[in-house]
Design a protein around this ligand. Structure first.
Ligand SMILES: [Zn+2]
Length: 69
């Protein structure tokens, strides 16, 4: 199903244009995959945040073990 951006008429996704006002809609713009560059940047953020957090967690465990002993 498609929804016309102009008149909000719901019509068949097989129709090329809105049957009421004739406005054409691009093919499923929300199905487009995110740009690779965007994904790489998100991966870098995860690495930059995750690695120091992981090292901090190890230090925390060692500190707790030192306290416990
Ligand atoms: Zn329309």
């Amino acid at each position: 199903m498609k929804i016309c951006p102009k008149c909000k008429t719901v019509y068949s996704s097989y129709a090329a244009a809105c049957p009421r006002c004739g406005i054409q809609q691009p093919e499923r713009p929300d199905d487009v995959a995110p740009a690779p560059k965007e994904r790489v940047r998100r991966d870098w953020i995860w690495i930059l945040v995750g690695v120091p957090a992981f090292i901090g967690l190890i230090y925390l465990i060692l500190w707790i073990m030192k306290l416990a002993s």
